[in-house]
Each structure stands twice: as structure tokens, then as C-alpha cells.
Design a protein around this ligand. Structure first.
Ligand code: ARG
Length: 464
């Protein structure tokens, strides 16, 4: 990146000495905001069109400006653009280059606008596009979960509370729990997008402008739903970045929880699933190791996005209206949040279809820990025992099972009858894992038929 002579700054008129060299580097944002070049150019083209439409620019000037901006976009994309730290940010770099290329007409582009409304517009255009890309990747992941849920709708596994065996569930049911978490994230992103898609342009520095601008026209050209209502708010608001980062933090929290489960499940002690080698790495010292690096990293990266959320909230909390240079600090956390979420979603969407549940091991694990104890209690209740008494009876049966190292289904009828005379031979139908899951046969329950129906509904919801 080139330095420039500080006296050639756009504000040079008022200044008697050039900017201190370190201050120039300290205040510059071009090192990171150049990623907004496409949005900046699109915003400038729309602004120029609008100025021509209201008669502030001639049609010829507008054409010249647009052609110049398009050439600059070509230069940037070809890697031929000479970014200058002296020109501080992406906006002034592009504008200066425009004037260099097309001459005096280039200086007219900034009529009726300020970098304050320009940068807020660029950020919203950028984020809108990223939300759409993130949503597409999220939907790919959700689709993968539905497929996996259907494939494993009959696969038994232990369900946990307190990480202690609770009741048998199906693997498909568990995958659909993940789906629901992500579906809320999808809705949050869609809701956030509605507030992102409002146009600050026309607020100028903070009070609006004296030119007869047509903000509805510019908004339409840029695909915004409407111009922002209040010029002060338009240039100072960064709620959209905070809201997005908050939605991203929650989305990553969900991926982090799923990651934690995958990590546990791949351990030798659980042995519930296999992850293919292409999603794992080995150890440089322990030859036997196959580490679940992908879910571990997703879990780890969640922390930095949580940090960005706090960073952005803290950035805004003390700012008086309207624009303050503090706002330049919104970019790196937002960009990193976008990059992190996109990377995590991509790797998760690739990995989920490759999860291989180890069905026999899952079934055996469901037989450990008395996972059908509640089914026995419900059986007793159906035969007239109050639930609290049934709880007591089953507790005693579990104690016997523990002493003898047997599951409830492995105790004899006589042994069970010691605790309650109302138990009969048919009790063994509810003590099996299959009987247990099949009986949870209502919307939201784990019965395989319910899991299949839920998967079908999930697919419909996803396509809406
Ligand atoms: N680089 C600045 C930012 O990111 C652009 C707006 C600067 N406006 C100003 N008046 N200094 O916020």
C-alpha cells in the first residue's frame, strides 16, 4: 500500500500542516474496509444516477462517473489498484482514483452525500448479501440434518439429562432437535435482515442535504426496502451489526453444543459415532489418535464471536449522536463474525451427512442405565397406582437391578412382582427399548413414526 502526501487530503483546505505519519496509519481503515469496494461502487453508481435524475448532474457527467467507477472495479478485481493509506479508507481511495481517471467530473460525485451515510450504506449492503449467503449455507446444513434424521429414524440411543442416562430416544429425534435450534437461527437472521435493509444514503453528514435528492429512487436502485427515516439515526445506528452478531453468536452457540456432543460421541468411552478421517486429524506423538478437530474448532471459534458481540455493544454504549469515528471499529468484528460463521456452517454442512452412527453400540448404551425405568412407572400408573407410589416401586426395582448388574428387562417377573403385585407378563413389552420409544407417539415425541412425520414437516418449513 502506498503512502500519499498528506497535504493532498480532501479536507486539505482547512489544514496548515500535514497529518502526522503515525496518526495517518492509526486512523486509516483501508487495510480492512477495502473489502467493501463492490458495495461502495454500487452505492456511488446509484447516487450518481439519482443526482442525474434530479438534475444535479448532467446525463453525460453521470455516464462518465459510472463508466469510471466500473473501470475502477475492474482494476480492483484484477489486483491493479494502488490502495493508499494516506487516503484513509475505501471511500476516499475510490473517489480519488475516479478523479484521477475522469478528471473534474469525478469531484462532483460526492455532492449531497458524506462518508457518514456512505459507510453506513456500504455496511448494510455488505451485510444483506452475507446474510443471504449464510442463510443458504444454514439451509444446506438443515437439509443434511433432515436427511440424517430420516435415515436414522429407528436408530436407538440413550437420551440424557445431567449427562446421566434418562430415556431411550432415536438418533433421528436427536438430529431434529439440532434442526429446531438452527431453524430459530434462520428466523432470527431473516428478521435481522428486515432491519438491515433500510437505506442511510441521503442522511449525508447527519442532517440531510440541501440538494433536491430522491431517496426513494436511490433505495429502489440499491434494492433497499425504504430510506431510513431519520438522518441522525441513519448515520449513527449500528444496531444492525449488533443484531446480526447476536444472531451469529446464538447460531454458533448451537453449533458449539452440537460439536460438544459429537466430540463426546466419538470418544472411545461413548463410541456412538464415527466421523470420517477427512474431518479429523492425527497426533504427532500418539499414533493411535484420531481427533475431532472440526467440531473442537467450531466450539472454540464460538468464543471469538461472543467476544465480538460484547465488543460491538461496548463500542456503541457511550456514543452521542450522530456519527463518531468510533464507528470505524465496527468493521473488523463484523467481518470476522461473518467469516467465522460462514466457515463453521460450511464445514458443518459438509460433515453432517458423513456422520456414521454405530447402531449396535448405541443400542447397547441405551440398555445401560435403566433407561426404561419411567416406562415401568407409567405401566404401573396405567394399572391404577398413583405416580408417586409407582416411582417408589420402580426405584426399588432399579436398586435390585444395580445389585445384580442387570437391566430392568432382564429381571424375572417374580422379582418384579416382589415390589408390586399388579405387574404381569405384559410388562416386558414396555421394558424393551423399542416398546419405550414406540409409546412416545405424539407430536414432538421420539416414536419413529413421529420422527418421520417431523422430518417431513421440517422439510416443508425449510422450503418456505
Ligand atoms: N472510514 C470511516 C468509517 O469506517 C468512514 C466514515 C468517516 N467519516 C468521517 N467523517 N470521518 O467509519
Amino acid at each position: 500500500m502506498a503512502d500519499s502526501d498528506s497535504k493532498s487530503k480532501p479536507w486539505g483546505g482547512r489544514f496548515t500542516e500535514s497529518t502526522d505519519a503515525f496518526v495517518e496509519a492509526f486512523t486509516a481503515s483501508v487495510g480492512f474496509d477495502r473489502r467493501l469496494y463492490r458495495q461502495d461502487i454500487a452505492g456511488s453508481i446509484a447516487h450518481a444516477r439519482m443526482l442525474a435524475r434530479v438534475g444535479v448532474l448532467t446525463a453525460a457527467e453521470c455516464d462518465e462517473i459510472i463508466a469510471g467507477l466500473e473501470d475502477i472495479r475492474g482494476e480492483i478485481e484484477a489486483g491493479d489498484f494502488d490502495w493508499s493509506v494516506g487516503l484513509e479508507d475505501v471511500h476516499m481511495n475510490i473517489e480519488a482514483r475516479l478523479t484521477e481517471r475522469i478528471g473534474a467530473t469525478g469531484k462532483k460525485l460526492h455532492t449531497g452525500r458524506s462518508r457518514n451515510d456512505q459507510v453506513a450504506t456500504d455496511m448494510r449492503l455488505y451485510l444483506r448479501e452475507e446474510i443471504d449467503l449464510i442463510t443458504a449455507e444454514l439451509e444446506r446444513l438443515q437439509g443434511g440434518l433432515i436427511d440424517l434424521a430420516e435415515r436414522e429414524a429407528d436408530t436407538l440411543m440413550p437420551g440424557f439429562t445431567h449427562l446421566q442416562v434418562a430415556m431411550p430416544v432415536t438418533f433421528g429425534h436427536h438430529m431434529l432437535a439440532w434442526f429446531e435450534m438452527l431453524e430459530r437461527d434462520r428466523q432470527r437472521l431473516a428478521d435481522c435482515r428486515r432491519r438491515v435493509n433500510l437505506m442511510p444514503l441521503g442522511a449525508a453528514a447527519m442532517a440531510g442535504t440541501t440538494y433536491p435528492i430522491d431517496r426513494h429512487y436511490t433505495a429502489e436502485l440499491l434494492g433497499f426496502d425504504a430510506p431510513a427515516e431519520n438522518s441522525l439515526d441513519a448515520v449513527s445506528d449500528r444496531d444492525f451489526a449488533i443484531e446480526f452478531t447476536s444472531a451469529a453468536a446464538l447460531l454458533l452457540t448451537h453449533l458449539s453444543r452440537a460439536s460438544e456432543e459429537l466430540i463426546l460421541w466419538t470418544s472411545a468411552q461413548f463410541g456412538f459415532i464415527d466421523l470420517p478421517d477427512r474431518f479429523c486429524t492425527g497426533s504427532s506423538i500418539m499414533p493411535q489418535k484420531k481427533n475431532p478437530d472440526v467440531p473442537e474448532l467450531v466450539r472454540g471459534k464460538t468464543g471469538r464471536v461472543n467476544g465480538h458481540l460484547i465488543g460491538l455493544l461496548t463500542l456503541m454504549k457511550g456514543q452521542p449522536l450522530a456519527y463518531n469515528k468510533d464507528n470505524q471499529e465496527d468493521k473488523e468484528p463484523l467481518f470476522d463474525t461473518v467469516d467465522t460463521v460462514r466457515g463453521c456452517l460450511r464445514v458443518f454442512a459438509d460433515m453432517v451427512p458423513a456422520i456414521e452412527p454405530k447402531r449396535e453400540r448405541l443400542r447397547a448404551a441405551a440398555l445401560e442405565g435403566f433407561s426404561t425405568a419411567t416406562d415401568l412407572a407409567d405401566y404401573l400408573v396405567r394399572r391404577g397406582l398413583p405416580f408417586r407410589d409407582a416411582h417408589e416401586v420402580v426405584g426399588k426395582a432399579v436398586r435390585l437391578g444395580l445389585e445384580q448388574g442387570r437391566d430392568l428387562s432382564q429381571l424375572s417377573l417374580e422379582q418384579l412382582q416382589q415390589f408390586s403385585g399388579i405387574i404381569e407378563q405384559d410388562v416386558f413389552e414396555v421394558l424393551t427399548l423399542e416398546g419405550s420409544i414406540a409409546s412416545r407417539d405424539h407430536i414432538g415425541g421420539t416414536a419413529p413414526s413421529q420422527v418421520r412425520a417431523a422430518a417431513q414437516r421440517a422439510r416443508q418449513r425449510l422450503s418456505r
